[in-house]
Design a protein around this ligand. Structure first.
Ligand SMILES: Nc1nc2c(c(=O)[nH]1)N[C@H]1C(S)=C(S)[C@@H](COP(=O)(O)OP(=O)(O)OC[C@H]3O[C@@H](n4cnc5c(N)ncnc54)[C@H](O)[C@@H]3O)O[C@H]1N2
Ligand code: MOO
Length: 415
């Protein structure tokens, strides 16, 4: 396949190409304590009734409701107390006419009882023969203060559908049926590789001409936010052998993201390696920043593996990741809003913005209350990362955005 760098593609076409890339999914069973923020891979049905038995929902006395119908402040009904049942206990007696059983919230309702009188509207009195009686000052209706077995969920009913993101409340639902292991989609593994002779890790000395690695950190975090597991890598030098070696090393990952080495410079070897190993689907997008972005496919064991080459500039790398890569990773991770973008906000732009025509522009913005403030620095400026909350898209045919116009802000991270 010939080089396609000069074949700059429109962003919509690139989104379509990425959207059509192959996605492999597998399922694994994890302990419930490890299921948080994972995606359910099967429908979950109730294996028991919820609640499993009819239980009191108030502290008080289990009664036959008809015994209390005439009860009032002035004419309380007297009921003989048979026993006291706490949560977790099993009642020994049956509630017969004229009797009651003291009951705690969560305890099983004794046979014969069809209502629970709240303790606040009763008074307990000891009698001479060591027995006790309860004065009831208010009536209860049938079923009052009782949660009947299966009234919440019936055994066999669907509790959660496949594809649900297991957050803390959904963990509660799975816990209610005593689930130990939960079927979830395996998290896609994504190798994150920074390339460049000038890049060093933070445990190395910063010699003249070198810079600390930013992209492994920013992109790995962003990968995690998409429900995938980042696999860290050593920095790869700008030479064919190192690059090829590293790509072959990551045989068991689902996708590879590199940064740097995408443009036309002499050290930019990703393109050469991809041309040799597989297919380059995209090399060049009509956007700014991020024009030299690469999307490729290389053969892997049974099918093909996707490689995304992000531009080296940390701002370009992050923006391109959010626009083009994150939706695909979220789809791989089976997150519900498959392919969808993150929650955006419509805000007023703080100043008039002038954009060069011809390419779609992504502009970092700081959000202050209801205003988006454009950050006017180039994509090599790290300080813009410190200020940025998100970015806006300015279509290729728009030159001027007037102060106060509404713009759509895409957030840069989850928090
Ligand atoms: N003749 C041309 N030159 C360039 C073009 C072009 O079309 N023709 N495109 C420019 C654009 S746009 C960008 S963006 C860069 C992208 O090039 P690369 O992807 O090859 O990136 P590098 O040259 O390796 O790096 C660019 C810049 O970013 C720094 N960098 C790289 N990786 C990291 C990292 N992990 N952490 C922190 N900083 C990183 C690197 O040191 C460079 O300063 O090419 C333009 N040139
Ligand atoms: O368009 Mo580059 O990607 O300048 O930053």
């Amino acid at each position: 396949m010939g080089k396609v760098f000069l074949n700059i593609m429109e962003p919509e076409d690139v989104e379509k190409i990425i959207g059509d890339l192959p996605v492999k999914k597998s399922v694994e069973n994890v302990l419930i304590k490890e299921a948080h923020r994972r995606v359910l891979a099967e429908d979950v049905y109730a294996t028991i009734n919820l609640p499993p038995f009819s239980r009191a929902s108030m502290d008080g006395y289990a009664v036959r409701s008809e015994d209390t119908f005439k009860a009032s402040e002035d004419y309380p009904v007297k009921l003989r107390l048979l026993e006291s049942v706490g949560a977790g206990d099993i009642p020994k007696n049956k509630v017969e006419k004229g009797t009651c059983i003291e009951i705690s919230t969560g305890a099983p309702v004794p046979e014969g009882a069809d209502g629970v009188v709240m303790v606040e509207v009763t008074q307990r009195k000891a009698k001479n023969n060591n027995s006790e009686e309860v004065m009831v000052y208010e009536s209860v209706t049938m079923g009052e203060n009782i949660a009947v077995a299966g009234s919440d969920v019936k055994k066999g009913e669907i509790l959660l559908p496949s594809g649900a993101l297991i957050n803390s409340n959904k963990i509660g639902v799975l816990s209610a049926i005593g689930m130990k292991k939960v079927p979830v989609f395996a998290k896609p593994k994504v190798a994150v590789i920074s390339t460049g002779n000038e890049i060093v890790k933070n445990d190395q000395k910063l010699e003249y001409g070198k810079i600390y690695d930013i992209n492994s950190q920013t992109i790995s975090n962003a990968v995690e936010e998409c429900g995938c597991t980042p696999v860290y890598s050593e920095i790869v030098k700008d030479d064919y052998k190192s690059f090829m070696g590293k790509i072959n090393e990551f045989k068991d990952v689902d996708l590879i993201i590199t940064s740097g080495g995408t443009s036309a410079g002499t050290g930019d070897v990703l393109r050469t390696v991809l041309d040799e190993l597989g297919d380059v689907l995209v090399h060049g997008i009509a956007v700014k920043p991020g024009k030299p972005t690469i999307v490729g496919l290389i053969p892997s064991e049974n099918d093909k593996k996707v490689i995304i080459g992000l531009p080296g500039n940390p701002v370009s790398a992050l923006v391109i990741f959010h626009v083009f890569v994150a939706p695909f990773l979220r789809k791989m991770a089976s997150l519900k809003d498959e392919g969808g973008k993150k929650q955006t906000r419509e805000l007023k732009i703080s100043r008039r913005y002038h954009s060069a025509k011809g390419r779609l522009h992504y502009v970092l913005v700081k959000v202050d209350k209801e205003t988006a403030i454009p950050i006017l620095k180039d994509s090599g400026a790290i300080s813009s990362l410190a200020e940025a909350d998100g970015f806006i898209e300015i279509p290729k045919n728009v030159e001027i955005i007037q102060e106060g116009s509404y713009v759509t802000v895409m957030p840069l991270s989850e928090l």
